[in-house]
Design a protein around this ligand. Sequence first.
Ligand code: G1P
Length: 290
Amino acid sequence: MDINQVVIPAAGLGTRFLPYTKSIPKEMLPLLNKPALAYIIEEGLAAQRTNFLIITNQSKQAIAHYFAESTELNSLLHAKNSGGFLGNLPQVIQQCRFTFINQNEPKGLGDAISLARGHIDTDYFCVCLPDDIITPEHAGLSQLITHAQQQQASVIAVQEVPRARVSSYGIIVPKKQVSTHLFELADVVEKPSVEQAPSNLAIVGRYVLSTTIFKALDEIRPCAQRELQLTDAISYLLKHTQEKVFAYKIQGSRYDIGTPIGWLQALLTLALENPEYAPSLREIILKYAQ
Ligand code: G1P
């Protein structure tokens, strides 16, 4: 199975992080000295994917700017002997191919994905939602690709969530448990009520999808909020085509950086796991704990 492109929908308004996101995209929130989106790109690279399609809009130029080479900055830093300050960014830029696709109106995740259609050149492709940060040592996307290749089918990432939280997520309806962490799906439901949730296995923002999803996106109708839901298109695949879809319980911690508290949690975790930052941060925390 060939999987080339990684689609990253990054045109959302970032409403849960306003007013910060009025001028700065949430994908550019700092996690230590790198923007959150850099972690997603590195997760793609760890899965040997280098071709990124970023769905964005005119007000998010900062994203393209970050992933473009800046000869001016390079020579300024070189003159000051500070080239190393860019970390691995020059290598990342060199290894990757970035294509930016404009989503003029925020018409939902499904609409954002459908804009990638003309750019996908293999039967399967990946989707990474940049709100969901998975701890880097767990290489979230790699896990998913391995299982998609084994099953020769679409695979979506899931994690258990407390029942009270199910209405914030897409929730899966398992058909059968294939192995400890892998389920074949009967259906998926976007943000069900606590009472109606078919399980507590919630979709995490990593997907390997068959390109049949584009036909499904053509068939479904927008939800009550007038947005096209990716979850509804996956449900359509399951109900109206012969294609199977699997869910894999992804290993690793996942943080939703789309809210201030989720971002803070991701930031603190990454800092406490990083030998450069951990000692000073521990000192600061201990001072406040006294
Ligand atoms: C999106 C998906 C949802 C998924 C979630 C994961 O929702 O529609 O199925 O569970 O991402 O973060 P959003 O958080 O964009 O509302």
